[in-house]
Every structure is written in C-alpha cells, then in structure tokens.
Ligand binder design. Structure first.
Ligand SMILES: C[C@@](CO)(OP(=O)(O)O)[C@H](O)COP(=O)(O)OP(=O)(O)OC[C@H]1O[C@@H](n2ccc(N)nc2=O)[C@H](O)[C@@H]1O
Ligand SMILES: Nc1ncnc2c1ncn2[C@@H]1O[C@H](COP(=O)(O)OP(=O)(O)O)[C@@H](O)[C@H]1O
Length: 285
C-alpha cells in the first residue's frame, strides 16, 4: 500500500503566447519539465464517507483547497459510474514545500497527485486520459502532472506532446512578491502574437518566456532577481512568476550561487526530470 505520494514542481522551460481566444484565454506554446522536488502528500483511504484534510493551508479554505476539490471530483465521477460506494473516504495530509502562486504549479500538482493516488487506492480504474480530463476543470496545468511526462503543450496547455529536454540542475528562486496570473495575461503590453513554431524549431532556438517583460516591468523584485541570476547562468521566469530559475550543469554550481542569494530571496536547488516522481511512485520505481 503506497501512503506517501510526491507532488513535484514544474518549470516552463519556455513559454510563448501565440494568440488570444474569443473567450479571453491565451493560446500558448510551452515546454514543461518536472523538478525532483515538491510537496509530499500522505493519503489513507478509509470508509468514513468523508474527505478529511488533516493539514489546512493558511489562507486557503478547505473547500477551495485543490486537494479537497480533486478528491471530491474523483469521488463524484466514481459514484456516477458506479465504481465506488458512498462510504469511500480519505484522510489526506500535506507537507507543503512549494511556494503558493509561484508559477511552479504546486496547487495543480497537489490536485493531480490526489486524482492519481485515490484512483489507485480506491481502485476506481479511470484511465490517465480520464483523470486528465477531470483535472483540467481544476486548472490548466493539472493534465501535465497527471500524465507525468515532460511535455510540449499547446492550446491553453491541454494539448500535450511528450518531450525530452536536457535534465539540468536548477536554482529556483522566489523574490517574495505575489503575482496574479490574470493581471499578467491582462497587461496591455503583453506579447501575445509570437508566431507559432514547430517543436524542433523551438528546441533549436534560445528559450524565453513572453510573460517575463511585463512581469519585470511591474515587479522591481523580479527584475532585480533575474538581472542578478543572469550574472551566473541562463535564467528566466517560470509561468507567470513569481519564481525565476537559473540552469546549471551540476548541483554544486547551483548551490554555490544559492549561497550568494540577496536578502529576501528564498530558493532551492533541484534537478529537472522528464518522468515525474509521481509516475515513479505509481510504477514502484
Ligand atoms: C500560464 C501558466 C503556465 O504554466 O501559468 P502559471 O499558473 O504556471 O504561472 C498556466 O497554464 C496558467 O494556468 P492556471 O494558473 O491554472 O490558470 P487559470 O487559473 O486557468 O487562469 C487564470 C486566468 O489567467 C488567464 N489565462 C490563463 C491561462 C491562459 N492560457 N490564458 C489566460 O488568459 C485568464 O484570465 C484566466 O482567468
Ligand atoms: N493545495 C494547494 N496548494 C497551493 N495553492 C492552492 C492549493 N489549493 C488552492 N490553491 C490556490 O491556488 C493558487 C495557485 O497556486 P499554485 O498552483 O501554487 O500557483 P501557480 O499556478 O502560480 O504555480 C494559490 O494562490 C492558492 O490560492
């Protein structure tokens, strides 16, 4: 019986905005890779009929917590298709390591881990595709965490194609500011007309993030952090921020730079991985 389930972080190694859809959402071309670092969930299936979160998150009501929402979503879908009895329940605890709203996908990853873990523990037999389709209703990044392979994503992030980028070491740093995703996507200066390109063309070009210019313009802390990291290594924003990452060939090189981080900057060092730690746990690796 698996009781400990990883919920890894992700990076957007590149992120380009290729257009705006009639519903206001933006079409993206982005390359997702996982980090061998993240939250850890303890999940016990029981017969209480209830989903219990033993470790509430500060500032997030339990009913809004993506962990609870994912568990309820799976339970409802399983009840509707007669895969589960109403007495099925779960106790869930989380060790939260990933900064919330940092562009490294913590909430989405927690949700994906709950979907995958409870599908396993409750033996509800949903396919990965079915779990991903449930997950996308919780957030655009949930499907990539459910599938568990590094991926080139298009559309609003739901069209996934497996990818195999180099597994570098990363220093991921948080400048201590909160950045709202809708505010970034609503900025009139956002580049939203980058021409769509093939994956092979994108992999052969320098990687960039179209959100970075507006985020650096709005947040001096991000601007200064990127400038500082660029003195040591190729560095950029992940997602819509606030985290930025610098890439290194070795763990020790990344750690040396982390030790020099300015006051107010929190960070960690982790390896990029193309198979998610969640997949490895499920496969018993
Ligand atoms: C752009 C990414 C890249 O990973 O940013 P991060 O959240 O990781 O920073 C994500 O796909 C984000 O996904 P997620 O954080 O789930 O976004 P949502 O809650 O669905 O969207 C928040 C708001 O951002 C805008 N939005 C989001 C995604 C998108 N492709 N186009 C948009 O215009 C919309 O205004 C939407 O109402
Ligand atoms: N389990 C959870 N972990 C993190 N955030 C959560 C969770 N449940 C709900 N949220 C909400 O989702 C928002 C986005 O979280 P997160 O996925 O960490 O950021 P991002 O999408 O920038 O990577 C948070 O600001 C928080 O309000």
């Amino acid at each position: 019986m698996i009781t400990h389930w990883p919920a890894p972080a992700k990076l957007n190694l590149f992120l380009y905005i290729t257009g705006r859809r009639p519903d206001g959402y933006h079409n993206l071309q982005t390359l997702f890779q996982f980090l061998d670092y993240g939250d850890e969930l303890q999940i016990h299936a029981d017969q209480s009929g209830r989903i219990q979160l033993l470790t509430p998150l500060a500032g997030v009501a339990d009913e809004d917590n993506l962990i609870v929402r994912a568990a309820n979503l799976l339970k409802q879908a399983a009840l509707q298709s007669n895969r589960l009895s109403a007495s099925a329940g779960a106790q869930i605890a989380i060790e939260k390591r990933l900064p919330m709203g940092g562009g490294i996908g913590g909430g989405s990853s927690d949700a994906a881990t709950v979907l995958v873990a409870l599908n396993h523990l409750w033996q509800t037999g949903f396919s990965t595709e079915e779990l991903a389709a449930m997950g996308v209703t919780l957030g655009a990044d949930v499907p990539v965490f459910v599938h568990g392979f590094a991926a080139f994503a298009q559309g609003v992030g739901e069209e996934l194609q497996p990818a195999d980028p180099a597994e570098k070491w990363y220093l991921v740093a948080h400048p201590g500011v909160h950045i709202s995703t809708p505010v970034v996507f609503g900025d009139p200066d956002l580049t939203r007309d980058t021409p769509a390109r093939s994956l092979s063309t994108l992999l052969a070009s320098p990687f960039a993030n179209d959100c970075e210019a507006v985020v650096r313009k709005r947040f001096r802390e991000v601007d200064e952090l990127v400038s500082w990291l660029l003195e040591y290594a190729p560095s950029r924003l992940t997602g819509t921020g606030a985290c930025v990452f610098a890439e290194f060939d070795t763990e020790s090189a990344a750690r040396q730079v982390l030790e020099l981080a300015p006051n107010g900057v929190r960070g960690f060092v982790a390896r990029g991985v193309n198979v998610s730690p969640l997949q490895r746990t499920l496969r018993g690796d």
